[in-house]
Design a binder for this molecule. Sequence first.
Ligand SMILES: [Zn+2]
Length: 311
Amino acid sequence: MDYHGISVLDEPIAGRRYFLDPTSPEVVDLVAATSRHILESYPALEGIQLDFIRYYHYHSRFTVLAQELGHTLSLLAEGSPVQLVVGDKRVTFFLEQKDMLYHDPPLGKELHFHRQFSYCFCSRCIEEFCRRQGAVLPAELQSTQEKAEWILGHLGEAWVHFRAQVLEDLLAEVRRAVKGVGADKELSITVWYSSPYGSELVGRAADLDSAVWDFGQDWWRWAEVGLVDFVCPMNYWLTTESFQMVIAKQRSRLKGDLPLFSGILRSPEHPLSGEELTAYLEAARRAGAAGLCFFHYGTWRDLDWKVGKAR
Ligand SMILES: [Zn+2]
């Protein structure tokens, strides 16, 4: 359930993506049991990597030029929901701001819509948050969005901590399952370096703390309390210079010498030659990474490159 009270069951992300809610004991059991089952079924596997060990987050915005929208303008008030319908899929946005030239004649300027894909504000999560924090929500709050707004406005930091703790509890349970199969089995996680995705491509510097605030990934802490054997930050869409800088910052926050394998992406939009890959690998090593983690397999097949000492 997101900030507005819309469930992914009703509006899956991009029409097809659903998420499990980690405050559900059944979800925790499912992920732990599945991890155990995979390792027991394939004894040659060295461990489990949890990829999407995070809350989905995206603050979506778009602007419409509305000069000639006409009388429909009067229908739209700030806060109004508007749905985009594509076939049998739909996605709801909310009018955040309405800039008018004149109300009569109906000449608009711009309509700014948004949707805060921020999870999870289902009643179980809110109740569990209140229980752990000893918090009581004001009785007059009725809708999910009113509750979410109040929580973020009054107990924002506690909410961030709560979500990270929920993921940490899940991780601890998965670790018990993995180590239960064999003490030598390893558990690793995929984490984000910044929010929103690809921040550098839209002129924003990487903000490491946003991984905790937006995705619930307090992964330095998870490393410190011994829940993971190595980490793979998805350091995608960065120049080699930024790649090195981001890894160095990530390394400096990691207590001890837990191995960090920096994620690297190759795609049609972001092609990499063998020489460029070598440059990234060298940048990673200079920053103290143990190696690279490749995303995703299919995109690397045609690259003529020798692995050398990289893992
Ligand atoms: Zn929930």
